[in-house]
Design a protein. Structure first.
Length: 304
């Protein structure tokens, strides 16, 4: 008998989302659905039926326009896995002892961001209709995460719950409305997703129910979408892209800037005792306070 989605799997997904434990290595970006908009997309979230706890992948990252190449460069933050992050350490070091100009540059470039991945069945992609009826990966930020969390375990859970992962006529699709807005007239526009919502239960037009088990089995392994780099690799990334050192040539992640959500968090208290095994140029700082921040973010996210 082919595996399919059930309520027990939903409970596992819900538990994993709340704990925000992830596993990431490697990279695979060609199958990410672009929702930069402006447009209205309709998708159905897909569970990982073989490993429900890996239905969502939650990660932190840093990115800015490289001083060496002029192009956007990004790297996953080791804080995703509870490890020290050279970029965050540099950020806090500059805030403590850098000049006013250096502090402004650090604030504009080095702040940590967060995103999530989830598999989806594409119901409607008006920008790229060839994606309709295929399995893709949705990369999303705080705005969509707030909507998804509300449907899973928040105020809308009684209405939606497990239905958001159901491909049958009893399931509920997510309508993603991407709109371009700006903070003031003439300012650059950026996408916002606050008008997105889950729809009432209904069938997916053109979907043969006999194909549903195969769709559930064809999801991507999300741990291939974020590369777990060493501290030394990240230091080389900093040297090249923040300081312009051409001698250091780290392999940067492909840019994926559809959603770039800053994560405001307080600087850890400086460590008085030097680290036993320093790797990066910046002095070590204690990132442990971020654990509570991650939990707070998952418990209730603010819109951008």
């Amino acid at each position: 008998m082919k595996p399919t989605f059930n309520s027990n799997m939903f409970e596992s997904i819900k538990s994993a989302l709340e704990s925000a434990k992830t596993k990431q290595t490697g990279g695979n970006y060609k199958n990410i659905l672009s929702i930069a908009g402006p447009a209205t997309y309709v998708v159905r979230l897909l569970p990982n039926i073989k490993s429900p706890k890996e239905t969502f992948l939650h990660y932190y990252h840093h990115g800015w326009n490289s001083i060496a190449t002029g192009q956007y460069a990004s790297v996953a933050s080791p804080s995703t896995w509870g490890e020290r992050c050279p970029v965050s350490e540099l950020y806090f070091k500059i805030l403590r002892s850098g000049s006013a100009e250096e502090q402004e540059r650090a604030k504009a470039n080095l702040r940590r961001k967060e995103n999530w991945y989830v598999n989806i069945y594409v119901v409607s992609d008006p920008k790229n209709p060839e994606n309709n009826g295929t399995v893709k990966v949705l990369r999303f930020g705080k705005q969509l995460n707030k909507i998804i969390e509300a449907a899973i375990s928040g105020d809308d859970a009684s209405e939606f719950g497990a239905k958001i992962f159901d491909l049958s006529e009893s399931g509920c699709s997510l309508r993603i409305k991407a709109e371009l807005v700006s903070d003031k007239p003439g300012a650059p526009k950026y996408p916002t997703y606050t008008a997105s919502k889950f729809l009432a239960p209904g069938p997916i037009e053109g979907l043969d129910e006999d194909k549903i088990p195969g769709i559930y089995e064809s999801v991507f392994e999300l741990n291939t979408f974020v590369e777990h780099k060493t501290a030394a690799d990240i230091q080389a990334f900093i040297d090249t892209n923040f300081y312009g050192n051409e001698a250091a040539k780290p392999a940067a992640e492909p840019a994926a800037a559809d959603v770039e959500d800053d994560v405001p968090y307080e600087a850890p208290k400086p460590v008085v005792k030097a680290a036993a095994k320093p790797v990066a140029k910046p002095t070590s700082s204690n990132d442990s306070v971020n654990d509570d921040k991650v939990k707070a973010i998952l418990d209730g996210l603010d819109d951008l």
